[in-house]
Ligand binder design. Sequence first.
Ligand code: FAD
Length: 454
Amino acid sequence: RPAVVWFRDDLRVADNPALDAAVRSGRPVVCVYLWDDVSPGLRPPGAAARWWLHHSLVALDAELRARGSRLLVRRGAAESELKALIAELDAAALFWNRRYGGAERAIDAAVKSAAREAGLDAGSFGANLLFEPWTIRTGAGTAFSVFSPFWRACLSAPAPRMPLPTPGGFPTAGLPDGLRIDDLGLLPTRPDWAGGLRDAWEPGERSAHTDLARFVRDDLARYRDDRDIPGVDATSRLSPRLRWGELSPHQVWHAASAAREHDPGVADSAAVFLSELGWREFAYHTLFAHPDAATVNIHRQYDAFPWPRLHPGALHAWQRGRTGIPLVDAGMRELSTTGTMHNRVRMVTASFLTKNLLIDWRLGEQWFWDTLVDADPASNPFNWQWVAGSGADAAPYFRVFNPELQRTKFDPHGDYVRRWVPEWDGLDYPEPVVDLAETRRAALAAYDTVRAST
Ligand code: FAD
């Protein structure tokens, strides 16, 4: 009787504890992916994320085929689909790696108890975080709300385990009917807008490892100094790999730590890089404590914020990179073309939307959700709330980035802006949609309402 491995945000064969447990059980292994667009509360991936998911599933299937297996793809509500699959296969075991969103946890808990009632060996594993949320707690037993003590607590907890060995071939069972990955309809068709994504990325576990090795070898040493300069490719670009689980954070952690041991010269840079992985952990721990963080202010006093009536033209100009503010437009165009944006520019564009255009952070979060290949259920809401001032350890609301000063500081020669806004210094470039100083004052006045309500 086979063991079923249910793949979700862990599209890899290496360092995959659920797959490892199934292989070690000695049973035939069935690997399944369920496209669940039915269960209530699940947030459907946005368009760019669906593009990534399609290709990552294709790559996972190829890795499994190289091991004598393949990926069974089904569609429907997870609970009922799994029940049916277990009956069809007469499976004896069901394994998966944990997810941390509210709706996901509820589904997984229901699946686990139903499987155990049916006499299956059902097991879930920690695979996609370095530290499980319930293991990192304040002295009072609550979740941390400030990053620095959170990260100190992580660093003094038991170190993240070593990555598991990559499985070779393993026995598989005869598979029942499934769908082709194409049948899920994850790719854009009319129009096919994904050309820029194809040029920028190669999804899949194999290229993820190539990217990780290249980053550690070539760029880690200068990460600390150059990571804030959008015109220089000095960051790892590993975020979609981690989002979709093509790499585990343990693999990334140990690759950077090993480089630090070999070359003390990269120690400072490696520590900064690892603390960025720490922000990812912090975002997930925050989601665990605040499951509705994508829609609800973490600091509820921000519910009183008087977002003005939406001026759709301003939102549209921001989305299309036509605001007349060069760094903002460069970032938004990079996003639409490649499905990513440099972190510094994400902060600037988000600040501009919420504090100069006075548009509710949820609308910006939704746009990023739809356009980022790394659109992440924890990191995206977390960072939007951080910029807006309503989130965990947030930037204080009155810290309004000036996008022109940010440009002269971080893109002094205009390398980044010119790459994305070639018409910048010409006559075709639009006038700014708002006056930066005036809108800053309006934002601060609106913020007084929040202060007055506390
Ligand atoms: P590196 O600088 O190489 O960092 C290494 C890894 O650390 C990243 O791959 C990522 O997994 C993690 N990381 C770095 N910074 C952060 C951060 N601030 N928060 C959480 N994790 C971090 N990141 C996402 O993965 N998905 C999102 O949907 C997302 N939305 C964002 C929205 C806004 C408004 C802002 C300001 C930031 C957002 N980020 C998001 C965080 C960050 O911008 C990206 O993780 C980073 O730009 C990815 O590039 P990199 O892999 O080269 O990062």
